[in-house]
Design a protein around this ligand. Structure first.
Ligand code: FBP
Length: 345
């Protein structure tokens, strides 16, 4: 007999003890409903008739695909049915107020890495849930420790929900026969040590000395400071990288680099780094900018970027240590993140 609970049963059980938890459960369920529909559309690929670019750009200037807009609409519509005061989406300039009296705020990347779809590579929806503060908009500018739950849907060979909830990280697989997410891995734990790193090394010449030093040591293998050989992976899809790390450990780096527009890294703090950092930490791993714990950072703008190093705790600690011993490459930069009163000083 299959005794693995479906998402609804998993979320339902102690809901009445804690109103914030019950509200967060309702948000997760609403998003899961939208994810079922989005998974169906993604699986149909060009047959779904939403390939190609919409002609618009998102607030970061990335060209939007039709499927980005479809994902945004699906997730927003779902959140309207849940106790959500405001939603901040990657696809819109500013947060949208839904029900000002509702207890939660949600930041969401409706379809992360949509460029990967052309190559049939896994993509995802990433979400971050936090209790609404007195002022709705300022809620989004609280540090990542304010999150009460977070997760990501991965649309790949299987559609999987990774959920950080009740201080625990569990994984659910979408059963296409019932359209239900079913618990398939409980209490994921990231091994503290790893022999696998992930970085886009085509940017090596733009990296800081700290990142270059760390990766050079990994590449030196048994002859380097780490004392063992490393394997390398780079999928170019944040949710897929995070899931691999949850399953078998590893360290992922998307650092700041010297390219124009990358002085604060590439990934967005509110709907990429914060939720993924919560997942990492609750699974026993770590997430850092190299200079600070991601969960202690607050955004100054809705679409703020941040360097992200995440994964096995000791590897993240080693990257942090490299940042402490090597002078920052961007010392003279006027980028706020590195300025004297920036986030990291
Ligand atoms: P978008 O948010 O712009 O869709 O892209 C994010 C992302 O695809 C991440 O998932 C991935 O980690 C990163 O970009 C890859 O970046 P690059 O192409 O610079 O290696």
């Amino acid at each position: 007999m299959d005794i693995r609970p479906a998402l609804h049963a998993y979320l339902d059980w102690p809901a009445h003890h804690n109103p914030t938890r019950a509200a967060a459960a309702a948000v997760v369920e609403a998003l899961a409903g939208a994810a079922v529909e989005l998974a169906r559309i993604i699986a149909a690929g060009s047959l779904a008739g939403i390939g190609g670019e919409s002609g618009g750009t998102n607030p970061d200037g990335d060209r939007q695909k039709y499927v980005d807009l479809v994902a945004d609409r699906l997730m927003r519509d779902a959140l309207r049915t849940a106790p959500v005061a405001a939603v901040l989406s990657e696809e819109a300039e500013l947060p949208e107020t839904l029900d000002a009296d509702a207890p939660l705020c949600v930041a969401i990347d409706p379809l992360d890495g949509s460029a990967n779809l052309e190559n049939n590579i896994s993509v995802g929806t990433i979400f971050s849930i936090r209790p609404r503060g007195y002022d709705i908009i300022s809620t989004f500018f609280e540090p990542g420790t304010a999150q009460c739950a977070a997760g990501c849907f991965i649309y790949g060979p299987q559609t999987v929900l990774v959920l950080a909830f009740d201080q625990c990280v569990d994984a659910f697989t979408l059963d296409p026969r019932t359209n239900q997410f079913v618990l398939t891995a409980r209490d994921l734990q990231i091994p503290p040590d790893t022999a696998e790193f992930a970085i886009n090394s085509s940017n090596r010449r733009h990296w800081s000395g700290a990142v270059r030093g760390y990766i050079d040591d990994c590449l030196a293998g048994v002859n380097g400071e780490r004392g063992h050989d490393f394997n390398m992976r780079w999928i170019g899809s944040l949710v897929a990288e995070a899931y691999r790390i949850l399953v078998r450990g590893g360290v992922f780096l998307y650092p700041a680099d010297a390219r124009p527009g990358y002085r604060e890294g590439r990934l967005r703090l509110l709907y990429e780094a914060h939720p993924i950092a919560l997942i990492m930490e609750w699974a026993g791993g770590a997430a850092s900018s190299g200079r600070a714990r991601i969960l202690e950072l607050s955004a100054r703008t809705p679409h703020q970027r941040v360097p992200l190093i995440m994964g096995s705790a000791r590897a993240v600690r080693d990257v942090d240590a490299a940042h402490q011993t090597v002078e920052p490459l961007f010392e003279s930069s006027d980028a706020p993140l590195f300025a004297r009163r920036g986030l990291f000083r």
